[in-house]
Design a protein around this ligand. Structure first.
Ligand SMILES: NC(=O)c1ccc[n+]([C@@H]2O[C@H](COP(=O)([O-])OP(=O)(O)OC[C@H]3O[C@@H](n4cnc5c(N)ncnc54)[C@H](OP(=O)(O)O)[C@@H]3O)[C@@H](O)[C@H]2O)c1
Length: 239
């Protein structure tokens, strides 16, 4: 299968893994629609993607915006959800419920609402891919919120695969550490994370965003894969 002639909507597709997936989908001949909360990022992504790429400003913490977005987009074939803000890494005793809920608002509820409002516009044979993270199965101290929200996203994919099939397949990607703007927003020096985390992985390095994005493209294309979680983590789960 190829994405040639398909329309792929990527929420969080203006940066990192989502943007890399948008580039790969466009290279296969798909028409891509990227969306995220900052207009400058949307404009920059559309410019870099070129061709018939479309971009919209969308804050996934606002259900009304999600609903309006999908009304505007109309029919399409595949939905990729990679929206995420800075990582929340705090000891249980320090983390507030407000911080935890805000994290879930983007990583989990944004995915849930995007599936809810997006699924009616997905043509039969289409699919949804949501994002997890290796922290779901390999948590470290201070990751209770990230671990639980990513695990929830994986369960969401399984439940929606059962509910939306056979017309729409639903899967999740579980990335390990990858070089993206998420780390720039999360720690003072992202390179320190890559240098210290990388050697502990079986690959002895963290991923490039494109290496993870390839997993999303595989899940969009493979017509017999649904309800699964594809791990692309440099062997993180084994170390
Ligand atoms: N990079 C890693 O090491 C890694 C590892 C495991 C899992 N993941 C997961 O992979 C996914 C993608 O992460 P990434 O590394 O590609 O991050 P990224 O480069 O920071 O991209 C995140 C995207 O989400 C958008 N976004 C943030 N808040 C939003 C909001 N309220 N509404 C709509 N869009 C919003 C951002 O654009 P705006 O700023 O314009 O909103 C951006 O396009 C996330 O779920 C992340 O947790 C990443």
């Amino acid at each position: 299968m190829s994405l040639n002639g398909k329309r792929v909507v990527l929420i969080g597709g203006t940066s990192g893994i989502g943007f890399a997936a948008a580039k790969l989908a466009a290279a296969e001949g798909a028409s891509v629609v990227v969306a995220s909360s900052k207009q400058d990022r949307v404009d920059d992504a559309v410019k870099q993607l070129g061709g018939d790429a479309e971009g919209y400003r969308l804050d996934v913490t606002d259900e009304a915006q999600i609903s309006e977005f999908f009304t505007r987009v109309g029919e399409f074939d595949h939905l990729v959800y990679t929206a995420g803000d800075a990582l929340l890494m705090k000891a249980l005793a320090e983390v507030t419920v407000a911080e935890a809920k805000a994290f879930f608002d983007i990583r989990y509820w944004g995915a849930f609402l995007s599936a809810k409002h997006g699924a009616p516009g997905i043509r039969p044979g289409g699919s949804i891919v949501v994002s997890s993270g290796s922290v779901a199965t390999r948590p470290a101290p201070g990751t209770s919120v990230a671990a639980s929200s990513t695990a929830a996203a994986e369960s969401l994919a399984r439940a929606l695969a059962v509910e939306l099939g056979p017309a729409v397949r639903v899967n999740a990607v579980r990335p390990g550490p990858a070089k993206t703007a998420m780390w720039d927003a999360s720690v003072p020096n992202a390179q320190d994370i890559y240098d210290t985390f990388g050697p502990h992985l079986l690959t002895k390095r963290v991923a490039e965003a494109t290496e993870v994005a390839e997993a999303y493209i595989y899940l969009l294309n493979n017509t017999f894969t649904t309800g699964t979680v594809l791990t692309v983590d440099g062997g993180h789960v084994l170390v």
